[in-house]
Design a protein around this ligand. Structure first.
Ligand SMILES: [Zn+2]
Ligand SMILES: [Zn+2]
Length: 287
């Protein structure tokens, strides 16, 4: 089996196994604190709801990514043959690019509103939160990994490394695993990712890493977990309606755009961090 196919298989195992292993533990622990109720089920279903459009557009996303990367490959600097060694370098590069994709997705209102805010709008943090990813991500995310293809890595390997990096992140969405001492300092972990999803001021816009958290340490966005996180948006969504889950922030952006009187002001709004207004140059935070 080709290396890319093996990595894709591994990414599926990483994405699926934690869900079935950790969710029962999470539900059991939660049931010891309070009865499991409809509100919990509604929130979990709301988090799982983006799977439906994601599966519906998966064929279109695959066709889009394949054509984009095939086109980019015609401009590549080199053609790097795929080996286990080059795959490790490609994974490192993809993880580095993810750090920037993720950071930009929090700091550019357009990307935040149309896509990434969906992942952050739940007040719950469990394995279902890992499923809460907008289908629009499939059309926005591939652009950020063009440098890996242009550098010369095989598009199939770039896609496999991306899937591996995303699959790795599923197990991070849990409160059932505490801090992991030395591991937390190098790798993204449940403790580090709880901080990323938290709304307290000291936790906002921190811990963007995918597999490695060292990127955050390098670029000054690292924050360890020092107090119990509270999850969700700073302006809570307060809805489990799947349409609201997907579109609330995009609707707010459209409303704010309609109040802009010039194209320049509209562009500034689209590109500025969420929470920033024309009269308030200092940004408030996002998630
Ligand atoms: Zn995020
Ligand atoms: Zn997450």
């Amino acid at each position: 089996m080709a290396i890319s196919s093996r990595l894709e298989t591994l990414s599926l195992v990483l994405a699926i196994a934690p869900f079935f292993l950790l969710l029962p533990v999470e539900l059991w622990q939660r049931s010891r604190r309070a009865p499991l109720d409809r509100a919990l089920l509604s929130e979990q279903l709301a988090s799982a709801s983006p799977l439906v459009p994601t599966l519906l557009v998966s064929g279109a996303v695959a066709a889009f990514v394949t054509s984009l990367y095939a086109w980019a490959q015609t401009y590549s600097l080199w053609r790097i043959s795929t080996s286990w060694g080059s795959s490790a370098v490609c994974l490192l590069l993809v993880d580095f690019l993810y750090y920037w994709e993720h950071r930009i997705s929090h700091r550019v209102r357009f990307l935040w509103a149309v896509s990434h805010s969906v992942h952050h709008s739940s007040p719950l943090f469990d394995q279902t939160t890992g499923l809460r990813v907008s289908f629009i991500d499939g059309f926005l995310s591939p652009w950020f990994y063009l440098p890996a293809v242009l550098f010369g890595f095989d598009p199939k390997l770039v896609i496999a490394c991306f899937l591996l990096m995303v699959g790795y992140q599923q197990w991070l969405h849990t409160e059932s695993i505490g801090p992991l001492a030395g591991f937390d300092r190098v790798f993204n972990s449940p403790s580090n990712h709880r901080v990323h999803h938290a709304m307290q001021t000291q936790y906002l816009d921190k811990n963007y890493g995918g597999i490695l958290i060292v990127w955050d340490r390098l670029f000054s966005t690292y924050q360890p977990e020092v107090e119990p996180p509270r999850y969700g948006l700073t302006h809570p969504l307060d809805s489990t309606n799947p349409l609201q889950v997907h579109a609330a922030e995009a609707r707010a952006l459209l409303r704010d755009l309609s109040l802009r009187s010039s194209l320049r002001a509209a562009l500034r709004l689209l590109l500025r961090p969420p929470g920033t207004t024309d009269t308030d140059a200092s940004s408030q935070q996002t998630a």
